[in-house]
Design a binder for this molecule. Sequence first.
Ligand SMILES: Nc1ncnc2c1ncn2[C@@H]1O[C@H](COP(=O)(O)OP(=O)(O)OP(=O)(O)O)[C@@H](O)[C@H]1O
Ligand SMILES: [Mg+2]
Length: 236
Amino acid sequence: MSTTAIPVLKLENVKKRFGSFSAINGISETFMPGELICAIGPNGAGKSTLLNMICGTLPVSEGRILFADKVINGLAPEKIAALGIARKFQVPSVFESLSVAENLMLAGGSAMHDGKLEALIDKVHLRAERNVRGADLPHGRKQWLEIGMALAMKPKVLLLDEPTAGLSVDETRDTARFLRQLRGQVTVIVIEHDMAFVRELDARTIVLHHGAVIASGSFEDIESNETVRDVYLGRH
Ligand SMILES: Nc1ncnc2c1ncn2[C@@H]1O[C@H](COP(=O)(O)OP(=O)(O)OP(=O)(O)O)[C@@H](O)[C@H]1O
Ligand SMILES: [Mg+2]
């Protein structure tokens, strides 16, 4: 974690309307360098919409998004990515004919020398699959490779929308464990539904409901929060 307390990402009263429907109703949040954050909330709460506005694939209706001290809303998604905000989409998109190592090297470009590559392979738990082609990877390992490819670009902020969709119980737990180990290195905002994952992640957790943040705190705080129980955890 950086010792200078300058946020890497800031949302200032961010709103999103789709026609007359208000999907995000004014969210203000601050994210620190190296911080690990989990966003949860019922279906339709606005989680993906929020990530889409941060990475620029959806325009902001009102408010500001700042990366370091620069207002980034209104910039093209490629510009935002180039500034250091990486995003992993729900559907894996790896190069099928290339091995895990080759995919990571390609994503990292010239900065990806041998030592870095091997460290990254270990970071995303793909040591045993190092030389396996993308096409031959099971779904869960493809998800990890995609996270590795995003990390290879050395982002300041990594946005993950439901990275454990379709993963086994063991893979879900392992994903939480390696994301936890990224703490202090890169700011990670992860959207998840799986409560076992959220518990294992042990991160600051933000709860969205009807486009607003209704609670924020440790997983224990969230778990014991009455409002959260009513709107979300109570469903399970
Ligand atoms: N392009 C769009 N046009 C109109 N309405 C949209 C659009 N995208 C999202 N919405 C609406 O905005 C609300 C928030 O959607 P969003 O996808 O952000 O929810 P979510 O929290 O990611 O839900 P889930 O857990 O199901 O992924 C929903 O009511 C959704 O129907
Ligand atoms: Mg979503």
